[in-house]
Write a protein that binds this ligand. Structure first.
Ligand SMILES: Cc1cc2nc3c(=O)[nH]c(=O)nc-3n(C[C@H](O)[C@H](O)[C@H](O)COP(=O)(O)OP(=O)(O)OC[C@H]3O[C@@H](n4cnc5c(N)ncnc54)[C@H](O)[C@@H]3O)c2cc1C
Length: 374
């Protein structure tokens, strides 16, 4: 009873404080409250639901059957738009808060929203070395499935939430792009619903002009309903080599050399000031030296860019073995270094796992991440 009274008292004080300060003030200046009490629990439930759903659907093999039905539904929406007299433009009905971009797409309010509810992995064909996916399948989902069966995408953009549709229609790059190119370069076929409601498939040989026009078209040519993407065999570990480099010219030189060496499966540079950076090169491997294993994706580990900065501060090179999936999503927890500007609240930083309960985040204004696509 007594704890409940305390809790009630706290809630009343909290509400009074909001009344005095104003809701706007609290949300802007004390955003950790909103994030910790609402956003984080909701995100956990949201992610758990979608991972469980994806797993179940793939195990039951129900995605391919549902796919044709979903395509027909999109065709119906497009034809309805035509029947209504094509009064406004069409756009995907995905709400802005679901995308990785912070942009608020005001056009979604005035355009005809076509609901594309397609978020499944349809088929993994290891003979052709191709995976067929729906446009809202995201990178976290793709690595969870492919890596567990020994395969991966040659170019796997880091953030879990990036979708195949966004990466094809927008753009995608990764630390393996010096070998494989951009995300679109590993795609072998697209299936689209066009503005007349027809369904077309395009590849290097079939509807070639459309195939080459789709990447970066931002949905202006049609609605993507499926993509076939190359896959390559994966190994469980990434052997990552860290090298601090000083001087802008040196940084460019070392990065160019590292990218030119195709033995390096992964090449990435994190730049912490105009003339200091850490260049990382990596290869996939089956075995790891136990004393050099670093599971960087675990909740209590430091954010990746902070961990890398350690090599710069100590001015020493280093080698680590990182589980493949942890490597791919190394920037997810901290959204590169963007999350540090959200709040410095200790409780919040503990919950999201910055690996530092002291809230000592880097205030560096100069941070740059580079991967090479020559
Ligand atoms: C914080 C941040 C971090 C990023 N990190 C990376 C990174 O690590 N690696 C990387 O390569 N890129 C990165 N990007 C860029 C990112 O890849 C692109 O912005 C990408 O387009 C976003 O994908 P999304 O899934 O959020 O798609 P959305 O923003 O939803 O879509 C992007 C575009 O594609 C169109 N589109 C999406 N689906 C369809 C469809 N089915 N049919 C037709 N059109 C469609 C949309 O209309 C929109 O024009 C980052 C961007 C941000 C903001």
């Amino acid at each position: 009873m007594v704890p409940l009274l305390y809790l009630g008292g706290l809630v009343v004080l909290f509400l009074l404080w909001i009344k005095v300060k104003g809701l706007d003030y609290v949300i802007v200046h004390q955003r950790w409250i909103f994030v910790c009490l609402f956003l984080l629990p909701l995100s956990v439930i949201f992610d758990a639901y979608y991972y469980a759903r994806a797993w179940l659907i793939f195990k039951m093999c129900s995605a391919p059957k549902l796919h044709d039905q979903r395509v027909r539904d999109i065709q119906r929406q497009v034809r309805d738009w035509r029947k209504e007299g094509t009064k406004t433009y069409m756009c995907t009905g995905r709400p802005g808060w679901l995308t990785v971009s912070l942009r608020v797409g005001k056009y979604k309010k005035t355009h005809k929203n076509i609901m594309i509810n397609m978020m499944d992995i349809l088929e993994v064909d290891t003979k052709r070395q191709v995976v067929r996916v729906e446009p809202l399948a995201n990178m976290g989902q793709v690595t969870a499935l492919l890596n567990s069966i020994g395969w991966t995408l040659p170019v796997l953009p880091e953030l879990d939430d990036l979708t195949v549709g966004g990466l094809v229609m927008g753009t995608g790059i990764e630390s393996s792009s010096h070998i494989y190119g951009l995300f679109q370069h590993i795609c072998v076929a697209y299936e689209l619903v066009l503005a007349d409601g027809s369904l077309v498939r395009c590849t290097e040989e079939e509807n070639t002009d459309l195939f080459h026009a789709v990447p970066w078209s931002c949905g202006t040519l049609g609605f993507l309903v499926a993509a076939e993407i190359k896959i390559v065999p994966a190994k469980p570990w990434v052997k990552l080599h860290y090298e601090p480099v000083r001087g802008l010219e040196n940084i460019c030189k070392r990065f160019t050399e590292a990218s030119a060496n195709k033995q390096n499966t992964f090449v990435e540079g994190l730049q912490y000031s105009l003339d200091s950076a850490v260049i990382m090169t990596g290869t996939m491997t089956d075995h790891a030296e136990p004393d050099k294993i670093n599971r960087i994706g675990l909740h209590f580990k430091p954010w990746f860019f902070k961990h890398v900065e350690g090599y710069l501060k100590k001015d020493c090179v280093g080698v680590e073995y990182i589980p493949l999936r942890h490597y791919y999503h190394r920037h997810t927890r901290s959204i590169f270094w963007e999350l540090q500007v959200l709040t410095h609240n200790r409780f919040y930083l503990c919950l999201i796992g910055s690996g530092k309960s002291g809230g000592q985040v880097n205030n560096s204004k100069f941070l740059l991440c580079f991967s090479n696509h020559s």
